[in-house]
Structures are given as structure tokens and as C-alpha cells.
Design a protein around this ligand. Structure first.
Ligand code: PMV
Length: 333
């Protein structure tokens, strides 16, 4: 038994995972494509010891002391511990400490980086042998499906598959293929009222869900092509259509889910003005009110400057594209 630490990035989906075919196995209704975010990450240390009588999970931000949690977050971590302990046929308890360098639960994919880092750290601590594909499968089973896309580096596609063994994430282009950045405009740090979990559950109740699924093969092909050709105009047009498609599905689900705040609309309107001024940046929005702007890394500072000082914003985070999950030698405790 031992201790291991892993670090994994958040990722931003260009084509989103929305709705599940199988809840228990986290099999999605469609393929999704994302880019990893180098500067938004989770670092997790897992320590198994026969001296521990129960599992302990602590979560926090870098620079602050992590707090021991006793809620749903703890349950989800323990489910992943249990799944992997079962693989090894052991019952040894663990201490888990997980720290983020960005706010959780505001639609910037904290669960993706958290579950990718957690899964890699558990596997390393328990000496579970894996390759990239099997690690992404084990990560997906943790329940935050998008986390499986934080395992490979760069631009990543999650093949939906039709059983556990063929639903995994793989790289479609390496990190240095195309220097894109994400400028994240945070309009609210308040915890989400509706989680993505609820959104996946109710997605199929939207009358637009099937037409969304019908559009996706073309959108996926266009996004793959735009990445291959490094064509931001083409990528951006698909990004914005995709974001609207997800949110229209959410808004028309039963019960309806409003992830947007009034400030979200103010940002979108300003993105149109930004483009009119000659700067190329395109929006996408996950299961939260915040807006991600994808642009060439060369333009990242200009895009950020444009939004700095806007009174409707709480804060701005930026990150270029990045690598996937990695093991670290230094532990958090
Ligand atoms: O992986 P989950 O269950 O947290 O769901 C992620 C949902 C979106 O962020 C909205 C889309 C995506 O593909 O990342």
C-alpha cells in the first residue's frame, strides 16, 4: 500500500457530452471533443494505509488548508475508491486530499480535473497497471464522464462506444498542434443550482434532444476538420452553434434547467461586438453561467483586456491548451 499524487487539467468541450445511454456505466449518447486547459488543474494525493479505520476526503484550493468533506462529494470519491479497491481485491482505507487552483462548480469543469487526478492517483497508489485507454475508461466510470477527456494530452475525442470497454477518450491532435487559449469569463462564483448530473438525466425529455443528436455527426466532423486545418473561423462557428444547442436542450427539458444568468447574455452580446472590432474569439458555455472564449493564444491578452473592468464580471481566468494527466513525485501531505 502506498501514496501517490497526480495532477490533471480541466478541459473545455467544443462538442459537448449531454445525456447518457447508461447511467451506471456513464455511457454518453454522443461523442464529444475537447481541449485540455494547462493552467486550470486539480492535484490529488491518495494514501492507503492499514492504520486508517475509515476513508477521509479533504478538498480545497491551492494555498489554503483543505477541508474534510462529508457530503455527496465524499460519497463520489469513495465510490471511485471502492471500484478500484474491488479490482485489487482489497479493503484498505485511504486519505484523499484534492486541491484545485480554480473555483469548483461554476461550469469550468472542476469535476473533470478532479476525477482524472483522483483516478490516476488511486491507480498509482494501488499499482494498478493501465495504459491511456484503460485509464480513461476507469476515470469515466467515476461518474463525471467528461473527466475521461482529461487523461490524454491536447485535443481529445471521447468515443461514446456501446459498452464500457469501447467508451474511452483518445488524442486527435497533440498539444503543440495549434496554440489556442480559453479566456474564461466568470459571471458568478455561486454554486450551481442544477448540476450537470441533473442535466444529463433530463436531457432526453427535451423535444429538441433528438434533433440535437441528428446534427452532431456533421458537427463532430466539422470540428475535427477545423482542428486539423487550424481554422478558427470554422471551429468558432461550430462552437457557438453547439453551445446554443446544449442550452436550448437544457432549457426545454422537464424540469427546465437555466444555467445562464442575465450576465451570461451580456457577455455573449459583447463577444459579437468584440468580433466586429476585428478580434477573433468564439464562445462556448458548459453547465453553468460562465462563458469560455476560444481564441488564438496570440490574441489572449487582447481578448482579456477587452473584458477587464466589465462590471457584470466577477473574474477572468485564462489558459492555453495543455497536456493530460500526469503523476507527480511530490505529495500534498
Ligand atoms: O462530465 P460531467 O458529468 O460533469 O458533464 C459535463 C457536461 C458538460 O461540461 C456541459 C459538457 C462536457 O462535455 O464537458
Amino acid at each position: 500500500m502506498q501514496k501517490a499524487t497526480a495532477k490533471a487539467p480541466a478541459n473545455i468541450a467544443f462538442v459537448k457530452y449531454w445525456g447518457k445511454e447508461n447511467d451506471d456505466l456513464t455511457l454518453p449518447c454522443n461523442n464529444s471533443i475537447s481541449m485540455n486547459l494547462r493552467d486550470l488543474f486539480t492535484q490529488t494525493t491518495v494514501d492507503f494505509s492499514p492504520n486508517y479505520t475509515s476513508d477521509e476526503v479533504a478538498i480545497g484550493y491551492f494555498g489554503e488548508s483543505p477541508t474534510i468533506v462529508a457530503d455527496k462529494k465524499r460519497e463520489r470519491v469513495i465510490r471511485q475508491l471502492d471500484r478500484l479497491r474491488k479490482l485489487q481485491g482489497i479493503n484498505t482505507k485511504a486519505k484523499v486530499v484534492s486541491v484545485n487552483n480554480f473555483p469548483a462548480e461554476v461550469g469550468i469543469a472542476s469535476s473533470a480535473s478532479a476525477f482524472a487526478a483522483l483516478t490516476m492517483a488511486i491507480c498509482n497508489a494501488l499499482n494498478i497497471k493501465y495504459d491511456e485507454k484503460s485509464l480513461s475508461i476507469l476515470t469515466r466510470l467515476g461518474g463525471s464522464g467528461s473527466a475521461c477527456r482529461s487523461i490524454p494530452a491536447g485535443f481529445v475525442e471521447w468515443e461514446k462506444g456501446d459498452k464500457s470497454e469501447n467508451s474511452f477518450a483518445h488524442q486527435i491532435a497533440p498539444t503543440d498542434h495549434w496554440d489556442l487559449s480559453d479566456v474564461i469569463l466568470v459571471v458568478s462564483k455561486k454554486s450551481k443550482k442544477s448540476t450537470s448530473l441533473e442535466g444529463h438525466k433530463s436531457a432526453k425529455s427535451s423535444p429538441y434532444f433528438l434533433s440535437r443528436l441528428a446534427e452532431l455527426p456533421t458537427r463532430l466532423a466539422n470540428v475535427r476538420e477545423a482542428i486539423k486545418e487550424k481554422n478558427l473561423t470554422k471551429l468558432g462557428s461550430e462552437l457557438e452553434k453547439e453551445a446554443m444547442s446544449l442550452h436550448i436542450t437544457a432549457l426545454t427539458s422537464l424540469p427546465p434547467i437555466w444555467y445562464w444568468e442575465p450576465e451570461t447574455i451580456s457577455v455573449i452580446k459583447d463577444v459579437y461586438l468584440l468580433r466586429e472590432s476585428g478580434l477573433e474569439a468564439y464562445f462556448t458555455i458548459d453547465a453553468g453561467p460562465n462563458v469560455h472564449l476560444i481564441c488564438h493564444s496570440n490574441d489572449m491578452k487582447k481578448v482579456k483586456n477587452y473584458f477587464e473592468g466589465k462590471t457584470y464580471l466577477d473574474s477572468i481566468f485564462v489558459s492555453p491548451i495543455g497536456d493530460g494527466a500526469i503523476a507527480l513525485d511530490q505529495h500534498l501531505f
